[in-house]
Design a protein around this ligand. Structure first.
Ligand code: ZN
Length: 197
């Protein structure tokens, strides 16, 4: 999902905030793109602070996914896609790795869904294995970032969200299912063989 598509998605909520070296604060939280951009543009156009104007103009092309902390200015912009709390309960296999510990979620973990239907584990943030399988069925190994190694796959850029607040960006292999492993085997076996056996 590109930033341009996000602008048109009413489910996405936009925020920005500015704090100047003298402690002045501006911003809005969780509004639609048009309102966020209109209040942002108003400050950029009307401020008498040329340093601030310059910084805001520079950040504008990546509005929603970028911020800046420099020269005493703190400028943040963000976009967030709300998740729907899932009813399907599981126990995230990553709970065995330490951290908060297995006894914290008395009710188990959930698969929360983004507006596009993709589900993520409420504990580790992994894409649901069936949704990963769907990406692999549609796009083959191209669905996985080629630099990915080991237990954590990054979803390849064209199929991943811009960042984790907006949708799934990774898949943890601890969530593997037999169906996903079968698909992976099939895709790897279909790769052209390298010469020299
Ligand atoms: Zn998980």
């Amino acid at each position: 999902m590109s930033v341009d598509q996000l602008k048109e998605n009413p489910a996405v909520k936009w925020s920005w905030s500015v704090r100047t070296p003298s402690g002045e604060e501006f911003g809005v939280t969780n509004v639609d793109y048009v309102s966020a951009m209109s209040s942002w543009s108003q400050l950029r156009d009307e401020t008498a602070d040329d340093v601030l104007k310059g910084k805001m103009s520079f950040l504008e092309n990546s509005f929603g996914v970028i911020g800046s902390y420099s020269d005493g200015y703190r400028i943040q912009t963000s976009a967030q896609c709300p998740r729907t709390r899932g009813n399907e309960i599981h126990w995230c296999p990553r709970r065995g790795e330490g951290g908060p510990g297995p006894n914290i979620a008395k009710d188990g973990d959930r698969w929360d869904s983004f507006p596009n239907g993709q589900r993520v584990c409420s504990y580790c943030g992994s894409l649901h294995p069936d949704d990963m399988l769907a990406l692999m069925s549609d796009h083959g190994l191209a669905a996985i970032e080629p630099t990915t190694k080991g237990y954590k796959w990054y979803i390849a850029r064209p199929f991943a969200a811009v960042n984790a607040s907006l949708g799934p960006i990774k898949y943890y292999r601890m969530h593997d299912t037999p169906e996903l492993l079968e698909k992976l085997k099939e895709l790897v076996e279909a790769l052209p063989k390298t010469s020299g056996e």
